[in-house]
Design a protein around this ligand. Structure first.
Ligand SMILES: Nc1ncnc2c1ncn2[C@@H]1O[C@H](COP(=O)(O)OP(=O)(O)OP(=O)(O)O)[C@@H](O)[C@H]1O
Ligand SMILES: [Mg+2]
Length: 232
């Protein structure tokens, strides 16, 4: 077992992250640890920096200061090309806004990360269909995202995030636009898929019902994460 498969060593860890947009500080020394296979909820008020933190952890935004380490690799030291590769192979991301490509069918939206990774069309389509089935949206492969309900669109976005078999899923408000029944279906599907595949999930949410699916919760306020607490 390598050091990074050891449960005691976090898979992903951030320390002292700062990020400002112009004169607006979004992160002011944020840090956290995500262990392999765990579901960690990041909660906190609007504007507290949750999405910015998620984007830094996923290698989408480079922080001004601080470090993000993934399996021993420091993201700040990696070129753009390597970050892009990590996002395609090891990370799956569900964005807070505008996640599906409207011109593509549901199937092609989910197959896209596989096609970008070089898998053939038939195989990518078949694997996309499997994941759509797991998330309870089989039979809608030929539709465009605009023809789906909010809950169906979220489940398609989750299928796309999980289709490559990532080790970390970043989900930014995956139930943000949903009523409580649809939220429950989305979260049940996400938690089950993560458990089955062993993926860790960083779950950003302001909703207590959604956060309840996590193993652990940390709270953000004003660009920092409250001291790492141990909850059952
Ligand atoms: N691209 C950007 N350009 C300018 N300011 C930004 C940008 N992204 C975030 N901010 C600012 O950074 C701060 C943190 O924003 P962030 O989106 O991380 O908060 P959040 O906790 O995700 O909020 P919400 O719960 O509303 O999604 C806010 O003051 C926001 O206005
Ligand atoms: Mg946000």
């Amino acid at each position: 077992m390598s050091k990074h498969e050891d449960a005691a060593v976090p898979l992903l860890s951030a320390r002292g992250l700062t990020k400002a947009y112009g004169r607006t500080p979004a992160l002011r020394g944020a840090g956290l640890d995500l262990r392999a296979g765990e579901i960690l909820a990041v909660t906190g008020p609007s504007g507290s920096g949750k999405s910015t933190l998620l984007h830094c952890l996923a290698g989408i935004v480079r922080p001004d200061e601080g470090t993000v380490s993934y399996a021993g690799e420091r993201l700040a030291e990696q070129p753009e090309r390597r970050l892009g590769e990590l996002r395609r192979t090891d990370f799956g991301v569900v964005f807070q806004f505008g996640q599906l490509i409207p011109e593509l069918t549901v199937r092609d939206n989910v197959a896209l990360p596989l096609l970008l990774g070089g898998l053939g069309r038939a195989q990518a389509g078949a694997r996309a269909a499997e994941w759509l089935e797991r998330f309870g949206v089989r039979g809608q492969e030929e539709l465009r995202p605009g023809e789906l309900s909010g809950g169906q669109a979220q489940r398609v976005a989750l299928a796309r995030a999980l289709v490559t078999g990532p080790r970390v899923v970043f989900a930014d408000e995956p139930t943000g636009a949903l009523d409580s029944l649809a939220s429950e279906q989305v979260m049940t599907a996400l938690a089950r898929a993560a458990r089955e595949s062993g993926a860790a999930v960083l779950l950003v949410t302001h909703d207590a019902q959604t956060a309840a699916y996590a193993d652990r919760e940390v709270r953000m306020a004003d660009g920092t994460v409250a001291p790492l607490e141990v909850t059952a």
